[in-house]
Design a protein around this ligand. Structure first.
Ligand code: BES
Ligand code: ZN
Length: 625
């Protein structure tokens, strides 16, 4: 199906053609041998030497904003491999030895934009089954993965806090490693922190502080480097179920545990769908509000934003999503960031199935509808090539691939396949897929081959994977609930007052998703009178729900609605989730008056944002240019 078709009725003489084919074959082979094994975002050559185990021994120094100590790597090497090549970015390397302490030769390569520097370490000659290298190093305060928060930047404002964000290629800013999802390793760690703080990792975790401030960790299942994670702070633990729990700062813990009350049911629903949970425990940590993402699927310990703590469990699809990654992503992993949809598209699909299992189809279809609308909107602003499922991110920041394409076009592709073959066949196909490729990396091509061999589908797969836009056979989403919310918006626009809308559409019973859809229905903007009327009836400016606040703030900016400006300021300074910041700064920067406000707010807020968010907003506002 995916083979390049051969020309059949060419008018060219045969000898010329075979000559041409021969030349192409030679060029192809040359390319394969010199670059064939090179990876798009890593200096590593795991085909020659691969890390099997990592042992980290680090001290966390809040004053110097440094992690320092050592990383000991156990290597699996080809007999003739003379070097191991690692990825680093901004690490200060002090020394490199073998497992017995004998010095090894090492060299840092020249700095390459976005990728950092290679660290090439000479290996002792001769075949040894296992070789160890130990790198003595420290990270710098500017390490992009790590955010060091002062007490005032935390929720409780008493103790400092630190967290890492390694995906996609930031692990190299705090651990020298083969920073590619094509390599898996087990890891262990010893982390020393100030004794009033607790350390947790994407590994086996302590549930309480000890007096020494030294914590030991173990991750027995092999994982890719982007899942290495550490958080340190004034953390407490509360159990949710027999194998799940939540970590948070003391004042957040109770609210967090209540919001996550359905977690155990989610794990059960997920296991019923696609097989046993392979990571022992499933815990969630709520980070301070500067966390740049909604969630991050660090194995055994999802990192989450506190902006989903709405008080009504309405934003917990995010937990379903990160949990789903325990199969799609953490078990079966995208081989390169060009195959990112294998992680995220599968996860959005799986998240939807968990939500459907627990809250019912009408509920999950509301989520699907918001997803579809967002996807259609986002496609309009993307270059055609960036709307293929198979991305081409070579030479670019893999972050550029974090669009609705991998997530939502990926989701609708899989939903289309489900609808084609029927749920029963599809579910059994997926279950087997996760089993068969557990702890392996997968390319788009190997998935398509597997699909072709195991599920007969009579649809144009290339139209989804290697073509732009959204194909015609994209599934249809049906939601009476949101159709109703859209109707309410239309009637408001045609003059009905807000209190009548409230009564007629029973808006007291609406979920967050109704409100999101309602607010997004006003595409052409609102007048100041309409804003005032809506705010009087529905109190949007006072909303404590981050998703509703975000949508309302877009309108606040659109009309420069004065009573909402203070809230806009506090929303942009009070949290650092990029998904909320980006559209708001973008919208502000579209008018001269808005740009002035944006610059003012950003000057205050920027020091509190994580490097990931800073980078995005710097670009939007041309900060420092
Ligand atoms: N793995 C992603 C976050 C990510 C992707 C970080 C790429 C860095 C590079 C995580 O699972 C995710 O998708 N988070 C979403 C939430 C989700 C409900 C769509 C987010 O943070 O918005
Ligand atoms: Zn995800």
């Amino acid at each position: 199906m995916l083979n390049v078709s051969q020309p059949t009725d060419s008018k060219m003489p045969k000898s010329f053609l075979s000559h041409l084919y021969g030349m192409i074959a030679v060029l192809f082979l040359m390319a394969m041998t010199s670059f064939g094994q090179e990876l798009p975002h890593s200096f590593a050559r795991p085909d020659r030497v691969a890390i099997k185990h990592l042992h980290l021994d680090l001290k966390v120094d809040f004053e110097a904003k440094k992690l320092s100590g050592s990383a000991e790597l156990s290597l699996d090497r080809k007999t003739d491999a003379t070097h191991v090549v690692l990825d680093t970015s901004g690490l200060d390397i002090a020394d490199v030895t073998d497992g017995k302490g004998a010095k090894l030769k090492w060299e840092l390569g020249k700095e390459v934009a976005k990728l950092g520097q290679s660290l090439s370490i000479g290996l002792p000659a001769g075949k040894s089954v296992e070789t160890k290298v130990k790198i003595m190093y420290s990270s710098r305060p500017s390490a992009e993965a790590v955010q060091w928060l002062s007490p005032s930047q935390t929720t409780d404002k008493k103790q400092p806090f630190l967290f890492t964000q390694s995906q996609a290629i930031l692990a190299r800013t705090w651990v020298p490693c083969q920073d590619t999802p094509a390599v898996r390793m087990t890891y262990s760690a010893k982390i020393q922190v100030p004794s009033n703080l607790l350390a947790v990792m994407s590994a086996s975790n302590p549930q309480a502080k000890n007096d020494s401030g030294v914590y030991e960790f173990e991750m027995k299942q092999p994982i890719p480097s982007y899942l290495l994670a550490l958080a340190v702070g004034d953390l407490q633990f509360k159990a949710l179920g027999p194998r799940s729990g939540v970590y948070a700062e003391p004042s957040v813990l109770k609210k967090a545990a209540w919001e996550l009350g359905d977690t155990e049911r989610m794990i059960e629903a997920a296991e019923t769908l696609y097989g046993v949970y392979q990571w022992d425990r499933y815990d969630v940590i709520f980070l301070p509000s500067s966390f740049p993402f909604g969630g991050m699927e660090n194995p055994r310990l999802t990192f989450a934003t506190p902006t989903i703590l709405a008080g009504d469990r309405s934003l917990v699809a995010l937990i379903a999503h990160e949990l789903a990654h325990s199969w799609s992503g953490n078990l079966v992993t995208n081989a390169t960031w060009n195959d990112f949809w294998l992680n995220e598209g599968f996860t959005v699909y799986f998240e939807q199935r968990i939500m459907e299992a627990i809250y019912g189809r009408p509920y999950s279809e509301m989520l699907a509808k918001l997803t579809l609308d967002g996807l259609l909107e986002e496609i309009k602003g993307l270059k055609a090539r960036d709307t293929w499922l198979k991305l081409d991110l070579a030479g670019r920041n893999p972050d550029d691939g974090m669009t609705a394409i991998a997530y939502d076009k990926g989701y609708f592709f899989l939903r289309m396949l489900e609808e084609e073959v029927g749920r029963e066949k599809w579910d059994s196909f997926l279950k087997t897929y996760f089993q068969k490729f557990a702890f392996k990396s997968m390319t788009t091509e190997s998935f398509l081959t597997y699909l072709d061999e195991n599920l007969k589908v009579d649809v144009d797969l290339k139209a989804w994977v290697y073509s732009s836009g959204l194909p015609e056979n994209c599934p249809v989403v049906e939601t009476r609930e949101l159709a109703n919310a859209a109707k309410a918006a239309a009637e408001f626009l045609s003059g009905k007052n807000a209190s009548a809308i409230c009564v007629q559409f029973k808006t007291k019973d609406w979920t967050t998703h109704h409100w999101n859809h309602f607010l997004r229905s006003f595409r052409d903007g609102l007048t100041t009178e309409q804003m005032t009327e809506l705010d009087r009836e529905f109190k949007f400016t006072q909303s404590g729900n981050s998703e509703i606040t975000h949508d309302w703030m877009l309108h606040v900016i659109g009309t420069m609605y004065e009573p909402g400006m203070k809230k806009l300021d506090s929303f942009l300074t009070g949290q650092g989730r990029r998904k909320f910041l980006q559209p708001l700064y973008q919208k502000l920067s579209q008018s001269d008056a808005g740009k002035v406000i944006a610059d003012q707010i950003y000057a205050k807020a920027r020091p509190g944002y994580h490097a990931v968010s800073r980078q995005t907003i710097d670009e939007i506002l041309k900060y420092g240019k």
